[in-house]
Design a protein around this ligand. Structure first.
Ligand SMILES: [Zn+2]
Length: 282
């Protein structure tokens, strides 16, 4: 037991030494293709976004109780602020933070740091804004997510600590430079999580058809980098993959996993306590 604890602590200190690169590639474009190890995906029911739970045709029949029909209503669309913003040559729309979305359980105790995040979508991708906003809210405020490392997440329209954006592959390539994302990867850099539209809609080979679970991985991975987390290795065949393993590329025998592992949350918690002023604004 003591040996395990020491090993974890050691892993934590190692991670801290590698932390906070200015740019954080998920991978390089010339990295080997992942071997096709067929590992069944981790159940992702807990990560489901309510809006995606839709009735089957049978449930939509005329005999369906009224209550079921009411709960099946799609959520209201999020609003976008009028004024577009530009980053390099790309133009984005800012999501107006919804009044009420899935979770607003931001803890008040003094060990919790609230990270203010802004969500923006590249012009042309506005149709994804509602799903994106709701998914980010659910994933970041998941009770087993980075929250357990002492963070809470609140969406804002400006004065943000970080930005989470959805952009076309070519735009991601441009904004992630000098990192090479090759039209297929996402990245975290300059306090922005750049989510690649191709990955957002298609998921990744490693996750098979589990696009929803992959989205949880994608958000937690890139935001994890912004919080200071480095890449992690698969701890052993069949184990849930650390969310900081670059799962888009490979799993190394681990099972796909969209939430931070206990070990990762512990590492971030120790890292955070050493960098209490990390989020202080000048
Ligand atoms: Zn990465």
């Amino acid at each position: 037991m003591i040996r395990m604890v020491l090993a974890l602590l050691f892993a934590g200190s190692l991670a801290a030494c590698q932390v906070a690169p200015r740019v954080t590639p998920e991978s390089s474009s010339n990295a080997p293709e992942p071997e096709h190890v067929h590992v069944p995906p981790t159940p992702v029911a807990a990560l489901a976004v309510d809006s995606e739970v839709r009735p089957t045709p049978a449930e939509e029949g005329v005999d369906a109780p009224e209550a079921e029909l009411v709960t099946a209503e799609p959520p209201p669309k999020v609003a976008l602020l009028e004024e577009p913003i530009r980053i390099k040559r790309a133009s984005f729309r800012v999501v107006d933070p919804p009044e009420v979305i899935v979770s607003r359980q931001h803890a008040d105790d003094e060990t919790t740091h609230v990270v203010h995040y802004r969500v923006i979508v590249e012009e042309g991708l506005e149709g994804e804004a509602t799903e994106l906003t709701r998914t980010i809210d659910v994933v970041l405020n998941h009770s087993d997510g980075w929250r357990k490392a002492g963070y809470a997440f609140k969406q804002v329209e400006d004065d943000e600590d970080i930005t989470i954006l959805l952009a076309n592959p070519k735009t991601v390539d441009s904004l992630c430079l000098p990192m090479q994302t090759g039209g297929v990867l996402s990245c975290a850099a300059r306090r922005r999580a750049h989510l690649n539209y191709r990955r957002w809609t298609q998921g990744a080979k490693t996750w098979g058809s589990e696009v929803k679970g992959y989205r949880s991985y994608l958000i937690n991975h890139e935001v994890g980098h912004l919080l200071g987390m480095p890449h992690m290795k698969c701890p052993g065949t069949g184990a849930p993959a650390p969310v900081m393993l670059p799962q888009t590329k490979y799993l190394d025998g681990c099972a796909p996993n969209g939430l931070p592992t206990t070990s990762e949350r512990g590492i971030l918690k120790r890292w955070k306590s050493r960098r209490a002023d990390r989020w202080k604004k000048p």
